[in-house]
Ligand binder design. Structure first.
Ligand code: ATP
Ligand code: MG
Length: 421
């Protein structure tokens, strides 16, 4: 029971305590106390004040994950404001505070329809992982998609890689870590005023991220979770390096991780911000944790010279995560052969592999207009190319699909061994 000091608490407590079949386990002082009690796995019902500070949809979802059914005590059950708040936080059982018999009835008969709830293991303490993970895999990878300025297709690549991975049955978390404002939500048609990365950063600040990470994700299909990005570029200041590290750590608890990042690797703090973190903390923190970096460059002359500079910058800046290069928007009118481009790229840095993705405006537009991932709007040359990137970057995803699948779709070249800068 958690009433945050509301006047109805003593009467409700007295009425419930004497009721046969009901044990009042605990009077919780606040929502955090309530959530910790739910995690212990002993409670069946939470009687809450609907106005209690911190009682938000994520908190209610946490209760349900532990099979604790929420009953809210409210001033009136027919007040539209009350009903809309109850709907917002997703509490369906409401009882008026002057109706103690109704409360007893609600507590003893409430049955939530959800069947996805997971009963806590008896010995799981507060902070234990909420969702038991059947395939907790040692083969999970954190892959960061980076690329220089000029919109070479980082977000398109990250979104398509993540959704293809999920389509192959791998649990996948796509994190929009672009400090210049995220584009992942738009590409996936996620219309939501809540920014996943900002809620995750706030939870990281209050040490509840590990247990409530799922509440910061939007589910897309069966295997993809998306942490949406900054709603406006100027909110970057709210996501600090350690918070980003925690977000990625929590993401890895759930599955393979794909991170979309910004273009800049500069780590000077902005003049106005004194000792505050650099503008590019999100990008740099992700690169520091990457198992592999996929660098996306555009195939035109401007794009390729930016790619060349970017590869050198990346080599100097990062601690040596292996780099795979994707040259995007290849088209015959540019007059470069793949061989020429390969020679240029390999002259700048050692790469794990080099992939060429075709210009494919029709497929990209189909996906953008539908607000869906490329893989959900039909076959395309671009999708086949990106599937090849997934084969190479997440080899475990190839075996998930089973025998008969070719090891690599799409064209890609492995860099000649021993050749480097
Ligand atoms: N292979 C392709 N063929 C045609 N259009 C493409 C291709 N790849 C990306 N695009 C288009 O190019 C534009 C930029 O792509 P995207 O948003 O993925 O780039 P970005 O590098 O993430 O850019 P930003 O710097 O804005 O984050 C989008 O309109 C996208 O649809
Ligand atoms: Mg982008």
């Amino acid at each position: 029971m958690m009433a945050s000091g509301a006047a109805w608490e003593s009467a409700a407590l007295a009425r419930l305590d004497g009721q046969s079949g009901v044990v009042v386990l605990k009077r919780c002082v606040d929502v955090d106390d309530l959530l910790a009690t739910a995690t212990s796995g002993q409670a069946d019902v939470a009687v809450v004040g609907l106005e209690s500070p911190g009682l938000d949809p994520a908190a209610v979802a946490h209760l349900r994950r532990y099979a604790v059914r929420p009953v809210a005590v409210v001033s009136r059950t027919d007040d539209p404001d009350v009903l809309s708040r109850a709907q917002r936080v997703d509490v369906r059982a409401l009882v008026a505070f002057d109706d103690p018999e109704g409360l007893v009835e609600a507590v003893t008969t409430i049955e939530d329809a959800e069947d996805t709830r997971v009963r806590a293991e008896p010995d799981a303490g507060p902070g234990a992982p909420v969702v038991p993970d059947a395939d907790a895999g040692a083969d999970r990878r954190l892959v960061v998609v980076w690329g220089p300025g000029g919109a070479p297709g980082r977000t398109t690549t990250a979104v398509t890689v993540a959704s293809e991975l999920a389509r192959r049955g791998r649990d996948t978390v796509l994190v929009d870590g672009d400090p210049y404002g995220g584009g992942v939500a738009q590409q996936l048609g996620i219309l939501d005023e809540v920014s996943g990365i900002l809620s995750a950063a706030r939870l990281a600040g209050s040490a509840h991220l590990a247990e409530r990470f799922d509440s910061t994700c939007r589910g897309v299909g069966d295997h993809l979770r998306v942490v949406t990005g900054l709603p406006r570029a100027d909110r970057w200041i709210e996501v600090r390096g350690p918070a980003m590290e925690q977000v990625l750590g929590s993401a890895l608890e759930r599955g393979d991780v794909v991170v979309d990042t910004g273009f800049s690797l500069e780590d000077e703090p902005g003049q106005d911000f004194g000792s505050r973190p650099s503008r590019n903390t999100m990008t740099l923190a992700a690169l520091d944790l990457a198992d592999e970096v996929v660098v996306v460059g555009a195939a035109d002359p401007v794009g390729l010279s930016r790619l060349a500079r970017g590869l050198v910058e990346l080599r100097d800046r990062t601690g040596g995560a292996p780099v795979r290069v994707v040259v995007n928007r290849m088209r015959p009118t540019l007059g470069w052969s793949e061989r020429e481009i390969a020679g240029m790229v390999e002259g700048f840095t050692r790469v794990l592999g080099l992939h060429f993705l075709p210009e494919d405006r029709a497929a990209v537009d189909r996906a953008l207009v539908a607000g869906r991932a490329l893989g959900e709007v039909g076959e395309s040359a671009l999708l086949r190319g990106i599937a090849g990137v997934v084969d190479a970057t997440f080899p475990a995803s190839v075996t998930v699909q089973g025998a008969g699948r070719r090891a690599s779709r799409g064209r890609w070249r492995r860099a000649p061994r021993g050749r480097r800068d």
